[in-house]
Design a protein around this ligand. Structure first.
Ligand SMILES: [Zn+2]
Length: 363
C-alpha cells in the first residue's frame, strides 16, 4: 500500500502486468479466469478513483460470503444461448455452461455480472441501461413525501406502504438472533442459524425492491413531473452529534439518539433513497427536487405556516382556515407546488468507456 516516500501506487495497467507475472509463477492463480481477475482489478481501480473523486468512501476489503461475484466482459460475455422461453445458459470461463432462469429477455450487452447474495442465491445481470419510461403527456405533476408511518404519500392523496417482514417473521428473526447469540463460533449450528436469518433478510429486501420497482414505474408512467424533497439521505441518517452538558463537564445531555436511530431504520427500511434513484432512472429529466423546508408545517390550502398546524405525526390541522388532512398528504401537496431547487452537480467521476454502462447521475 501507498506511503509518502514510496512514489505513486501502481495503476490498473501496472497491476494487470503484475497479474500476468503472478499467473506465470503460481499455478493456483492460473486455475482462475484471467478476465475475472483483471475485472476485479478494474473494479478496484474504479473504487480508488471514486474515493479520490470524493463521491465514495475508501474501498474496503471484499469479504467472503458478502461480496461474492465476478464480471465477464468482451467476447467471452457473448457466449449465451437461449434454451426456451424460461431458460438460457452462459458459458462461464473456466466453469463451462451454466443454466439460468430468465426474468426478462436477454439484452444485447457487452458484459455481465454474476453475484451471490447473502441468502446463497446466484444472480446474473447483463449491463444495459434500459430506455426510460415515456411521459404520459398529460402535464400532470405529482408531489411525493416520505413518511415514517406510511412509506410515501402522494399529492393525489394516495398512501403507499413499502412492505417488509410480517410481525410473525420479525418475531422469528428475533428468536433466531437469540439462538445465534447462544451458539459457539465456528459451529455448524451457528452457520445454519446465520443462513436462516440471511434468508429472512433477503426476503424483506426482495419485497422492498419489488415495491420500489413497481412504484417507480407507476409514477413514471402516470405523471409528467414528479417532485420530491431534496434530501440528502446520507445526511439525514447520520448519527446525531453528542450534546455536551454545560453544567456538568464531561457529561452529555440527551440528543435523541435512540429516537433518531428508530427514524433511520424507518427511512432505510422504506427504501426511500432507492425509490428516488430508480425514479430518476425511469423518469429521466422529469424528477424535480424541491426544498423541503416547512412543507410539513404549511397549510396546502391557505399557505398559513405554523408549527401548531401539525396536530400529531399523522394529522395536519390548519390553525387559520381549519383545513384538515393526513399530514404526509398535505406535505406532498406542498412539494407538488414547490419549485425545483437549482441543480447541484457533483464533479463527475471519470469512467473508462470499457466500464459497464452507468446511469447518468442527476443532482
Ligand atoms: Zn389553512
Amino acid at each position: 500500500m501507498w506511503t509518502p516516500n514510496r512514489g505513486s501506487t501502481p495503476g490498473y495497467v501496472e497491476q494487470a502486468r503484475q497479474l500476468t507475472a503472478a499467473r506465470a509463477e503460481f499455478g493456483w492463480l492460473r486455475t482462475g479466469s484471467q478476465t475475472v481477475q483483471q475485472q476485479a482489478l478494474r473494479d478496484f481501480d474504479q473504487a480508488v478513483r471514486n474515493f479520490y473523486g470524493g463521491t465514495h468512501q475508501r474501498p474496503t476489503w471484499r469479504r467472503a460470503g458478502l461480496h461474492e461475484g465476478f464480471r465477464i466482459v468482451g467476447p467471452q460475455a457473448a457466449r449465451i444461448t437461449q434454451m426456451n422461453r424460461r431458460w438460457a445458459a452462459v458459458n462461464i470461463p473456466k466453469v463451462g455452461w451454466v443454466r439460468f432462469r430468465l426474468s426478462r429477455a436477454v439484452p444485447d450487452a457487452k458484459s455481465y455480472r454474476i453475484t451471490r447474495d447473502r441468502a446463497g442465491r446466484w444472480h446474473i445481470a447483463f449491463a444495459v441501461i434500459p430506455e426510460p419510461v415515456p411521459a404520459p403527456g398529460t402535464g400532470q405533476v405529482v408531489g411525493l413525501d416520505r413518511g415514517v408511518t406510511v412509506s410515501a404519500a402522494l399529492s393525489t392523496g394516495e398512501l403507499l406502504t413499502c412492505p417488509g417482514l410480517s410481525e410473525h417473521e420479525q418475531e422469528r428473526v428475533r428468536q433466531l438472533q437469540r439462538r445465534l447469540a447462544r451458539s459457539r463460533h465456528g459451529s455448524g449450528r451457528r452457520r445454519r442459524v446465520q443462513a436462516t436469518i440471511a434468508k429472512l433478510h433477503a426476503r424483506a429486501a426482495d419485497r422492498r425492491k419489488d415495491w420500489v420497482e413497481k412504484t417507480s414505474t407507476y409514477l413514471a408512467r402516470g405523471f409528467d413531473v414528479i417532485r420530491v424533497e431534496d434530501l440528502r439521505i446520507a445526511q439525514m441518517t447520520r448519527r446525531p452529534k453528542p450534546k455536551p452538558s454545560s453544567e456538568q463537564p464531561g457529561t452529555y445531555l440527551p440528543n435523541r439518539r435512540r429516537a433518531k436511530a428508530g427514524l433511520n431504520r424507518g427511512i432505510l427500511a422504506n427504501g426511500w433513497g432507492l425509490l428516488v434513484q430508480r425514479l430518476e432512472h425511469k423518469a429521466a429529466g422529469r424528477v424535480e427536487k424541491v426544498n423541503p423546508a416547512y412543507t410539513s408545517q404549511t397549510c396546502s390550502v391557505c399557505r398559513h405556516r405554523a408549527p401548531d398546524n401539525r396536530e400529531s405525526q399523522a394529522v395536519f390541522r390548519c390553525t387559520a382556515c381549519g383545513f384538515q388532512a393526513n399530514a404526509d398528504v398535505n406535505a406532498a401537496v406542498n412539494i407538488a407546488a414547490g419549485r425545483a431547487v437549482s441543480a447541484r452537480r457533483e464533479t463527475p467521476v471519470r469512467v473508462s468507456p470499457k466500464r459497464e454502462p452507468q446511469h447518468a447521475t442527476s443532482a
